[in-house]
Design a protein around this ligand. Structure first.
Ligand SMILES: [Zn+2]
Length: 766
């Protein structure tokens, strides 16, 4: 143990000498002498076991896991998806976990008819097919590949003039209005990127379009970025991005919102499922898009709208006229989650949960198996430690989710089915998904910000041989927009983690069940992109992404260490001052958003009054002035600010109680009082929930963390207020403020209670 400690301090000295010491004095850069949530006595064995765990992660195992699981296409309901589930199950059992498969029956549409053709002014029929690449052995498994499509598109058969809408965001339609172009009755073609793909048909439909085509422009992920596949790793001419366009009312099975899709669950008729698109939508390659875009006339697209194809981008409408036909088999398919448990030795009713999905759109090497391979290697090594005598205090549950790609099906149905138990027992959920080369990244609930920072300080970056934490921090400084941002990063003890939307399986845990959650991974140096195509396979991944699995190893080390740290802690290491600070930032953002909108609209109304738009418009082009808007009223954010202050105060009280309880001269707390304290702590995150949920999306119960209705994967903190502001519904936005503020007061009270209990347990010495 001594040896380990002194080794650690060597690293610290090295680290400080490599950075600018003066600027980081405020930052707690050293590994803590004592782990947060542990006593001096319990820290040492924990650190020894964690070190053993990290050293035991083997890159070759990750490669073999990836090779095995990506050998054939494995989408929901396919034979190899089932085969993988059974293989994963057998592995968990082999490693000593108590494991089973839990099956749900979910609506999963697969393509029946797909047609995109140009019918005027010339004729062209889109190929809608990704050819095999010589040398890439799994790209030719056509008989098992799911054809290119967007899952949960409504069936439709439409013929109409075509309009190019850039990324298809709400702002893009405002631009179209100014160009005098309407999409009413038209089929739109949007490029992938910027926003979540499901936003494109949703916004198109709201503007009166009757069909939507989404294509991958080479500027965004093809030859403009780098050599395309197979010479390089970027999306080739015929590569298509599949993906779900399920609407954002709720994730999971469209027929069983809010309840588990068990065999006997009550199901909605398909016609009543709210998450199926309103207009038909199909994805295509740039090879198929080029003839369509070339046939457009009308205004030349604004400069920012132009991609990398060798044409002048026009907006339309027409003369290109397109026939789009999409029909699906609307079948119910099984999703098979693999759930593996290692029972806790002292607090078996407190659960630490770790997961990754294993279903892919096709061979899915990067997404999701690069993450799943690491998670399996973690589980193997934890099993190995268990055999060597390591006994986690809390129960550890490893989950391999099925059906993530279509709409977080496996995780959502599992959380909905076990909601009551999870709310009683879950400590935290740690997710990963695709993993690549580069910088450590984490998002999550901010009660876990300190924990994941502490863990990242101890993981070695395989390319630079410095802690991944240090590399992430320096890359943030390098990429900061201005001096203010750089100063903020340097001043802060921990790296700020992002907030979660609904891009992966953490959504139901945090947003619906109020379980503290993290999403972790590595990336930023991937000079390649074959996302959701047949080319995301073993050959491609091992040539262009994490070729030697060294970042897969880092992910397993990070995820497993976080699991161990949470499972063994005397006092669960939640931290609330960073949480309070972050919510405070969200409230400041709301104020800023209002102010910016007010300024913007005031300025525009003035310009309208001055006649600016008609004076500067080129009379040979259509350029309409923007509409006059009424200026947003001032809003009262004071209740939210008071709520934040209350959380800040209780967070400080809790920190000082925790510091006292863990001081060297503090009396040891009895197992009983620790157990009851921890039971209270793990439920604090639940106090962010309200029964009624978000005003227009009741499935989303959390009042601080939520994805946006128009951003999909992206987060919209304090969505109840912010989304109405986005829609310029100011009165509705303000009406939400008191309810969210009450939730913040509730959270503060729960933290206060924990502080009181901890304080009196320490004072009385039991
Ligand atoms: Zn994924």
């Amino acid at each position: 143990m001594k040896l380990f400690r002194s080794l650690m301090s060597c690293c610290i000295v090295l680290f400080v000498s490599q950075t600018n010491g003066a600027q980081i004095t405020a930052a707690k850069t050293s590994a803590p002498a004592r782990l947060s949530g542990y006593t001096a006595q319990s820290s040492s064995p924990e650190q020894e076991w964690e070190k053993k765990f990290q050293d035991g992660i083997v890159r070759e195992n990750l490669r073999e896991n990836l090779r095995r699981m990506s050998a054939r296409p494995h989408h929901v309901g396919s034979p190899y998806d089932k085969d993988n589930a059974e293989w994963i199950l057998s592995k968990f059992k082999e490693w000593g976990f108590d494991a089973h498969i839990e099956t749900f029956q979910v609506l999963f549409p697969t393509p029946k008819e797909r047609l995109v053709e140009l019918v005027q002014p010339t004729q062209f029929r889109a190929k809608l097919q990704e050819p095999a690449v010589p040398g890439d052995p799994t790209s030719s498994q056509a008989s098992e590949q799911l054809p290119t499509y967007n899952a949960y598109s409504i069936d439709g058969d439409v013929t109409a003039p075509l309009v190019y809408v850039n990324y298809g965001s709400r702002e893009d339609y405002e631009e179209l209005d100014r160009l005098g172009v309407s999409v009413k009755g038209a089929i739109v073609i949007a490029r992938y990127g910027e926003n979540w793909r499901g936003t494109k048909p949703k916004v198109a439909g709201e503007h009166g379009a009757i069909g939507c085509i989404i294509y991958s422009d080479p500027k965004d992920d093809g030859f403009y970025q780098g050599d395309d596949y197979p010479k390089g790793g970027w999306r080739p001419k015929d590569g298509v991005q599949r993906g779900s366009v399920m609407d954002t009312d709720y994730p999971g099975d469209p027929l069983t919102p809010g309840v588990g899709a068990t065999a006997d669950a009550k199901r909605l008729p398909i016609s009543e499922a709210k998450t199926i698109t309103k207009i038909p939508v199909l994805p295509i390659s740039w090879g198929d898009a080029l003839p369509l875009l070339s046939a457009l006339a009308g205004p030349v697209a604004p400069e920012k709208w132009r991609g990398a194809l060798p044409i002048t981008y026009h907006v339309g409408p027409g003369p290109a006229k397109v026939h789009l036909k999409v029909t699906s088999n609307w079948d119910t398919k099984p999703v098979n989650d693999v759930i593996a448990t290692m029972r806790g030795s002292q607090a078996p009713d407190q659960w630490v949960i770790r997961g990754n999905h294993f279903d892919g759109w096709v061979n899915g090497a990067d997404d999701p198996l690069s993450g799943m391979s690491a998670v399996l290697e973690e589980a193997r090594m934890l099993g190995e430690l268990h055999k060597q005598g390591w006994n986690p205090k809390r129960t550890i549950i490893y989950c391999a989710w099925d059906g993530e790609e279509p709409g977080l099906l496996g995780s959502t149905e599992w959380v909905e089915t076990h909601g009551d138990d999870l709310q009683k027992h879950a400590v935290a959920y740690i997710n990963s998904d695709s993993n690549g080369r580069g910088f450590f990244r984490a998002s999550g609930s901010h009660d876990l910000e300190k924990l994941i920072n502490d863990v990242a300080r101890e993981i070695n970056d395989p390319e630079k041989n410095i802690p991944v934490w240090q590399r992430a921090r320096l890359s943030r400084i390098a990429n900061a927009k201005n001096q203010e941002e750089r100063a903020e990063i340097r001043k802060r003890a921990d790296l700020a983690i992002g907030s979660l939307g609904d891009g992966s399986d953490y959504a139901s845990f945090l947003d619906h069940a109020g379980i503290s959650a993290l999403n972790i991974g590595y990336g930023g140096e991937n000079d390649a992109n074959a996302y959701h195509s047949v080319y995301d396979d073993f050959y491609w991944y091992t040539h262009f992404i994490d070729t030697d699995f060294s970042y897969g190893r880092a992910l397993a080390q990070t995820g497993g260490t976080a699991v161990m740290r949470l499972a063994d802690a005397d006092l669960i290491p939640f931290e609330y001052t960073e949480l309070a600070e972050t919510i405070g930032k969200y409230v400041t953002e709301l104020e800023k958003q209002l102010k910016e909108k007010q300024d913007e609209i005031t300025e525009r109304n003035l310009e309208l009054k001055e006649g600016l738009f008609s004076a500067v418009a080129d009379p040979r082009k259509t350029s309409l002035p923007p509409p006059h808007e009424t200026n947003p009223p001032y809003m009262n954010f004071a209740p939210l600010k008071n709520g934040v202050e209350a959380i800040k105060r209780s967070a400080e009280r809790y920190e000082s109680a925790a510091a006292k309880a863990q001081a060297d001269d503090a009396p040891a707390l009895s197992p009983q009082s620790l157990d009851s304290l921890n039971n209270d702590l793990l439920k604090i995150q639940r106090t962010f929930l309200t029964e009624r949920g978000l005003p227009e999306r009741p499935w989303f119960k959390h009042q601080v963390y939520a994805p946006g209705a128009y951003t999909g994967y992206g987060a919209k903190p304090i969505a109840a207020v912010r989304e109405y502001m986005d829609e310029k519904k100011w009165a509705e936005a303000e009406a939400q403020v008191p309810a969210v503020a009450r939730v913040l007061e509730q959270v503060a009270a729960a933290i206060d209670k924990a502080a009181d209990d901890l304080h009196s347990a320490t004072a009385s010495g039991h």
